[in-house]
Write a protein that binds this ligand. Sequence first.
Ligand code: BES
Ligand code: MN
Ligand code: ZN
Length: 511
Amino acid sequence: MGTMRTEISFALIAGITTELLAVLAIDTQTEKGPETKPRPTLLSTDAAVLAAAAGVLSTGEYKAGANETVLLHAPAELAAKRLLIVGLGKLAKATVHSVRDAAGTAVRFAKPRGIREVTLALPEDFAKGSAGALARAAVEGAFVGDFDADTYRSDRKDQSIQTFTLAVAGTLAVQGAADREVIEAAFAEGAIVGESQNFARALVNEPGNKLTPTILGQRAAQMAQEVGLAWEVHSTEKLHELKMGAFWSVSQGSPEPPALIVLRYEPEGVTDGPVLGLVGKGITFDTGGISIKPADNMEKMKYDMAGGAAMIGAMRAIALLKPRARVIAVICAAENMPSGTAQKPGDVQTAMSGKTIEIINTDAEGRLVLADGLTYARQLGATHLIDAATLTGAISVALGKVNAGAFSNDDAAYQKFESALTLSGEKFWRLPLDDGYAELIKSDISDIKNTGGRGGGASIAAEFLHVFAEDTPWIHLDIAGTAWVEEKRPYIAKGPSGIAVRSILEWVRSY
Ligand code: BES
Ligand code: MN
Ligand code: ZN
């Protein structure tokens, strides 16, 4: 994967020499009714851009719908070779997050056409976000758009964008050095966030044979080394030493050893305050184990480490953006396989916390590895917990691919997460924890069992984790329905979505 270079230009838009200049447009029509037509309006004050686009905007053929594009070649009076207009949709609905998507759309428009250079004009007169927020969203969106999943095609042409430029001209550029600095800082942040999200996506995209728990550990360690995080990667012996019977039981059926990945961010001079514990499910392949899954779509289960990858990606961004709170990430990586050494339904496992678990279904393995991950994070001093996991098919039944699921035992922690969502633009929907769900995982033989019947599967799984989070403020993210994009969109390729990286980062930064 080529790394996209990013630049800011404060030059006048008309004079920027580029392969593709993208300018955003919005539908300012507010009237409703059968007779009303969309009113596409450019978010630019550049006279040459306005003149070049005037023709196509007046015909009615272009409506400035969300991510709708129209391309003009050799626009008069512009140094750019091409002018691409990208829609944000209706004014009432458009947000800073629409700008993120539009930037992705511009990049994904360019890629298959062999265009290696994209310049996006920062929207002007768009009151939905500060210039900094817009700059950041734009560069994040450009990274999101630049990612493609076809890494193992031998005829693959690397179509990555070489240079993404954000053009900040018009009224903004003349407002002075302070504004420039704010925009530049936000832009630099956005590049780190976008790169980190793509780092997570690249891990999730790897097939199970190329990314074993051991290799995931190596990749995390290498990243940690590069960005200056402290790290440790342990395996079977350490699991036994820590008495992680739940985590180990998942790994026992595979010849691939498990990996307990620990990443630490310790900002200089910060010795008190919260310690945020990030716990990720890192099942590098989930066959279901002895309770084996059907063959249809089983290949998808390579993405069962997306929660762990989200934590690794978030830690990369944290290391580079340096928030003022200590953070520990614990990623529990294992392969869930059926074999003569695999655990069996009916087996009873003793978790690190001492709680005993009756295994009803070996396919409910994510909660087992997370149980010990949560206990370990608390033992390492975490005062607040967040976990991410492709945990249940039930979350897709409840929320589809539109929202990911969120659960929490602490309204204050969750409120911070909700605020984080307004910055990240990711969609999570809070679902309930309830003693009624906890009832369903009581076992006849042991403290709890690992499944609890048909209805409410996502909440039951969350209550299982709650047993191990106990009363530490904790948020659980179930990303099973949203970690993989099944159908490409104008701004994102089919494949790993990188969901949760941005929201986890913003949650951490809120402490
Ligand atoms: N990894 C799966 C959940 C999943 C399903 C992720 C679809 C992505 C897409 C998880 O380990 C699992 O198998 N969960 C079971 C739990 C059940 C046995 C209680 C499920 O959801 O069916
Ligand atoms: Mn499973
Ligand atoms: Zn799983």
